[in-house]
Design a protein around this ligand. Structure first.
Ligand code: CA2
Length: 151
């Protein structure tokens, strides 16, 4: 069976599409999930969102135990604060794409220092919701080629 891709979303992203459309667009997270499943084709997608740090940590552990082919993670504000999520991601042996809808580097200083980028295989930021299917397609290519890293 094809290894699943786990897509994990952090706090407030359940409200995507309802505010700050100039930064995040008008696409909802439900629509993002559909875009991911379409991009994945026959690769199973586990798509989750939580406002609770511990749940995201548990889901990284589940991705490890499920031998997921790759993780796409938008940790949202936890990107800049969570050493616990960083430590969990370090245990995942496959490729990890850190995903941000906005270009965090064009924004205020508080959004510039990602902890997750230090261990991510790749970072996508600023492509809007289209970043999600782009991440899925990139991971699919890597999984099918049997590669772990990008290089
Ligand atoms: O651009 C991204 O995807 C972010 O990860 C979103 C986070 C922000 O803290 C990061 O710096 C960049 C914030 C998510 C807020 O959730 C929203 C809820 C409703 C509408 C728009 C965003």
């Amino acid at each position: 069976m094809t290894a699943p891709i786990h897509v994990l979303n952090g706090p407030n992203l359940n409200r995507l599409g309802t505010r700050e459309p100039e930064i995040y667009g008008t696409t909802t997270l439900t629509e993002v999930e559909a875009m991911c499943r379409k991009a994945a084709g026959d690769t199973p997608v586990v798509f989750l969102q939580s406002n609770r740090e511990y749940e995201i940590i548990d889901w990284v552990h589940e991705a490890i135990d499920a031998q997921a082919g790759g993780i796409v993670i938008n940790p949202a504000a936890f990107t800049f604060t969570s050493i616990a999520i960083l430590d969990a991601l370090k245990m995942f042996p496959g490729p990890i794409v850190e995903l941000h809808i906005s270009n965090i580097h064009r924004r205020e200083e508080i959004y510039h220092r990602s902890l997750v980028s230090k261990i991510a295989t790749a970072v996508i930021a600023g492509l809007g919701p289209q970043g999600y299917p782009a991440a899925i397609r990139a991971l699919k290519g890597h999984i099918e080629a049997g590669r772990q890293g990008i290089a």
